[in-house]
Design a protein around this ligand. Structure first.
Ligand SMILES: Cc1ncc(COP(=O)(O)O)c(C=O)c1O
Length: 463
């Protein structure tokens, strides 16, 4: 009788008894419990261990087990009401980000999420890189401030052109970089221009920092420079956040003609462009060079993160900036977090320097291309009424729903039917012009699973 169910059954029986006892009252001895419940001593000890972990009993070696003080066990909830007055009306809304990061429940097909399925992650290469990194005698020492010199040099080389390793600061992932950069560049209350739609995580960061995201529409060639100029003029904004390569959620690449115009418009407004280069390695074809490579005047602040091409917990990225803004960003990062953990910096350096790195990127690109096409084919077959884009890279399709569809209700119904997709609405900083779904192809286990997800989505849309 040592199995988990006998332990659980005994714990349930004892729990009911403990609730009727006064604090400090002694439970029957272990031997008495063995005899009374006809279970083994191991089962008794594990059941008492469970109750102790719940804070319901306290075991004193040599004297026995006693009912714990109820208040300590949380029987009477404390009154935290005073905190509402002290905290005031500022709040942080994590709902969109939490939705993106919540794994699909068992049995649900994940067609939402920002990271590769584990089978596409370089798990073995990461294990090797982490083991090498951890074996270094100085692995747990402080890294050089600004980041490991060799890692800064690697990021500078990948951007090419006008930047040097001294322009690079290593950070703890793309999301942290967004917080650091926006807080460094803008005071609370300031407007920040964003593409519409845009990555909902940047909207969450901006709002949590007291900034006001101002939408600028994108079309098939990226952000519209004419409307960008108008938005600068109307809002007085000094920062434009942009994803020129494989924009999340639409997958768009900023066209060659617009790249120069965006920089011209920002120059005319005296503004910075924050370039979120989160998906550089996830293109069917390599995207154009980053905007910062064509920027001679320190106008572009570039964020390069690698979690999308590797694994979510490799939380190391880089911010590249030049001029006084670089100093401001370095100072902000230092104050906010000191520095990113050195073992992770060393691990990333080991990984990108290993001979398997280019091979891994080729494998991921090929798998994503196959999955993108499989998902598009399944949608064309099952749901021809959707207008689905054909992104040149990234992890997601952006599908326009029939007019009048409630995208949030649809996503909720889809989850109940066993497929996780993202409603388009939260990606818009203000009103959405039409209903959309973001349907991810990097998160499912296989192409057949993508097809199964689409079948389930179709049954929901039909009903
Ligand atoms: C456009 C974009 N930027 C930044 C991030 C943040 O990613 P990470 O913090 O893992 O680098 C994400 C994640 O979904 C994203 O989609």
């Amino acid at each position: 009788m040592k199995n988990d169910s006998s332990v659980t059954a005994l714990a349930d029986a004892l729990r009911a008894g403990v609730h009727r006892m006064s604090p400090g009252e002694r439970l029957p001895s272990s031997r008495a419990l063995v005899e009374r419940h006809r279970v083994s001593p191991v089962t008794v000890s594990r059941a008492l261990g469970l109750l102790a972990a719940e804070g319901l009993v306290v075991t004193r070696p040599g004297s026995g087990t006693f009912a714990a003080d109820r208040r300590a066990a949380g029987a009477e909830p404390a009154d935290f009401g005073w905190q509402a007055v002290t905290l005031g009306d500022r709040s942080v809304d994590p709902s969109g980000v939490a939705w993106l990061l919540t794994p699909a429940p068992d049995g649900v097909v994940p067609l939402s999420g920002g990271y590769l399925h584990p089978t596409l992650q370089p798990t073995r290469a990461l294990a090797t890189a982490a083991a090498r990194a951890a074996r270094r005698p100085d692995a747990w020492e402080m890294p050089a401030l600004g980041g490991l010199p060799a890692l800064r040099a690697w990021f500078a080389r990948t951007v090419g052109g006008v930047v040097s390793p001294a322009d690079v600061v290593i950070t703890s992932g793309g999301q942290q970089s967004l917080t650091t950069v926006l807080r460094a560049l803008l005071p609370p209350g300031a407007p920040v221009l964003v593409e519409s739609p845009t990555y909902l995580g940047v909207l969450a960061v901006a709002r949590a920092s007291g900034l006001h995201p101002v939408p600028v529409p994108v079309d098939g060639d990226g952000v519209r420079p004419d409307l960008l100029a108008e938005a600068f003029a109307m809002s007085g904004a000094r920062v434009f956040y942009s994803q020129p390569a494989f924009h999340n959620p639409t997958g768009t690449v900023l066209s060659a003609e617009r790249r120069a115009r965006v920089l011209d418009v920002a120059r005319a407004a005296g503004a910075f462009v924050v370039e979120d280069d989160y998906a550089r390695h996830l293109g069917v074809d390599p995207p154009p060079p980053p905007l910062i490579a064509a920027d001679a005047e320190g106008r572009v602040v570039h964020i390069a993160s690698l979690t999308k091409a590797t694994a979510p917990s490799l939380r190391v990225a880089a911010v590249i900036a030049r001029g006084p803004v670089a100093e401001r960003i370095r100072a902000t990062q230092l104050v906010e977090e000191f520095f990113p953990a050195r073992p992770l910096q060393e691990t990333l350096l080991e990984l990108v320097s290993s001979p398997g790195w280019p091979r891994h990127l080729r494998t991921v690109r090929a798998a994503l291309l196959a999955r993108r096409d499989a998902l598009r084919a399944a949608l064309a077959r099952e749901l021809p009424e959707l207008h689905v884009n054909r992104p040149a890279g990234g992890l997601h399709l952006w599908a326009r729903l029939p007019e009048g569809t409630d995208d949030a209700a649809l996503a909720e119904a889809a989850l109940r039917a066993g497929v996780l997709v993202s409603a388009g609405r939260p990606f818009f900083p203000a009103e959405a012009p039409a209903p959309y779904l973001r349907i991810s192809y990097g998160t499912a286990a296989s192409e057949p699973e993508l097809a199964e997800g689409v079948r389930r989505l179709a049954t929901v849309l039909r009903s």
